[in-house]
Design a binder for this molecule. Structure first.
Ligand code: HEM
Length: 180
């Protein structure tokens, strides 16, 4: 997982819970990286899961909720990269429909070692879009937060529901997005 995911996570933890909590979660997790991250580095995704799990224990906020908050927080940083890729979208549904075919493939050109999920998008009707998330990593709730982040970005009101359909070797989640 790219270092920006870790450096932004610590920005959020420091802002929301303070430096002491940030230090505490690093101390309590046995991390191969030692908890030292640079935005250009690449680290094992299990480290972010360990950090979120420990933060959840300390704050008593459920881990899925932390992942949603984190996705929403990091979204503007990811969206800012679209301009450099020459990409622009008029509204969130247009962007979500381009995730798998255009956006994440462009991300891979920039960061060939990025670990990205698959999203199959289908329009259900004028107000609803289904995104089928599948990944060998369990970050569907981060996707949920990123979707809320895109809603904030475009000034839209979106409701998101998740139905987990995990298989033996993949994390699969149907994400239904309703524009209000
Ligand atoms: C709402 C729109 C988006 C959603 C739902 C989404 C979803 C995700 C998810 C869930 C992951 C975690 C990896 C996994 O689950 O296997 C991820 C990783 C990532 N995404 Fe997206 N994404 C969105 C938009 C973007 C945009 C606009 C960019 C940048 C142009 C971007 C760049 C990245 C990068 C750099 C990673 C990290 C890859 C790694 O750590 O190796 N995403 N995305």
């Amino acid at each position: 997982m790219k270092g920006i995911i870790f450096t932004e996570f610590f920005d959020l933890v420091e802002q929301a819970f303070g430096f002491e909590v940030a230090d505490k979660i690093i101390d309590e997790c046995e991390l191969p990286s030692g908890g030292v991250y640079t935005s250009v580095g690449t680290y094992d995704h299990t480290e972010i899961l360990a950090l979120v799990g420990t933060l959840s224990k300390i704050t008593e906020i459920p881990a899925p909720q932390l992942l949603i908050t984190y996705g929403r927080f990091i979204y503007p940083k990811l969206h800012a990269q679209l301009k450099g890729m020459g990409l622009e979208f008029r509204h969130s549904f247009e962007l979500f429909s381009a995730l798998d075919d255009i956006i994440h493939p462009e991300v891979l050109k920039l960061y060939p070692d990025a670990e990205l999920p698959n999203f199959e998008a289908s329009v259900l009707n004028d107000h609803q879009l289904l995104l089928k998330y599948s990944s060998c990593r369990p970050f569907a709730h981060m996707a949920e937060g990123l979707i809320y982040g895109a809603a904030d970005w475009y000034g839209e009101n979106l409701a998101v529901t998740l139905t987990h359909r995990n298989t033996d070797n993949n994390f699969c989640t149907d994400i239904t997005i309703t524009r209000q």
